[in-house]
Design a protein around this ligand. Structure first.
Ligand SMILES: *Cc1c(COP(=O)(O)O)cnc(C)c1O
Length: 220
């Protein structure tokens, strides 16, 4: 299969999985993670129906988001202070915020642009040393800090499952959902759950994902 067919197949699988678990397919957005490919493959995915794309490097986000302005771009990578200016506004949603100083800078640049930047807080649910993100116990304090920033809106939470078996992945996805549910009483904007990649997205949808980030299944 080519990229166009692979995207269409993944999208159909996502719809089928939603139906199997009793969820409305419109509740789940597929972000095609195009970080390993160039503009030609992005165009192929668009031909297959892709509307949302994810990048983890500011340079690639700038290149592709500026070429494909009708698509919705997501920043899913490590945030560096000096590159925040390149991300704000270009990315409709930043998935990977976990530092307060970055939140303040995003807010400041969004204010210059006259926009409100949507973000997700990255949470290290599994507690693995090698993973970035907030400890679950620190998410509430971060939400409180972010609530003081008028040009930043926290729309939900994001996590990466640890490597390992599917039950390990499920535990971190259900952990993220429970955390979201618990915080939603005080933070009603917290609706999104960005979780699930090529190897584990069906489990993420079973556990309540509203955004799945899929790279290899589409682009390899
Ligand atoms: C690369 C990447 C993905 C996609 O991973 P695949 O296994 O290729 O589907 C999802 N999320 C993040 C944060 C990534 O860096």
């Amino acid at each position: 299969m080519n990229v166009k067919e692979q995207y269409a197949a993944v999208a159909a699988d996502v719809v089928a999985t939603c139906k199997r678990v009793g969820r409305a397919p419109e509740e789940v957005t597929v972000v095609a993670v195009s970080k390993t490919v160039g503009p030609d493959e992005v165009a192929d995915a668009i031909a297959g129906g892709a509307r949302n794309f994810g990048e983890n490097r500011p340079d690639q986000l700038m290149l592709k988001a500026d070429l494909f302005t009708d698509s919705t771009w997501h920043f899913i990578g490590n945030i560096q202070s000096r590159r925040i200016r390149d991300i704000v506004g270009r990315a409709a949603l930043i998935h990977s915020l976990f530092e307060e100083r970055h939140a303040r800078k995003i807010d400041e640049i969004a204010r210059e642009h006259g926009i409100v930047q949507d973000v997700l807080l990255e949470v290290n649910v599994s507690g693995e040393e090698s993973k970035s993100g907030l400890a679950p116990a620190d998410v509430r304090a971060m939400l409180e800090a972010c609530s003081e920033l008028p040009n930043l809106r926290v729309c939900g939470l994001m996590t990466m499952a640890p490597l390992g078996d599917m039950e390990t992945a499920r535990a971190s996805f259900s952990g993220l959902r429970e955390l979201r549910d618990e915080l939603q009483a005080d933070y009603p904007d917290l609706t999104e759950l960005s979780m699930g990649m090529t190897d584990d997205w069906p489990i993420a949808i079973e556990e309540g994902a509203t955004i799945v980030r899929i790279g290899r299944a589409i682009f390899q």
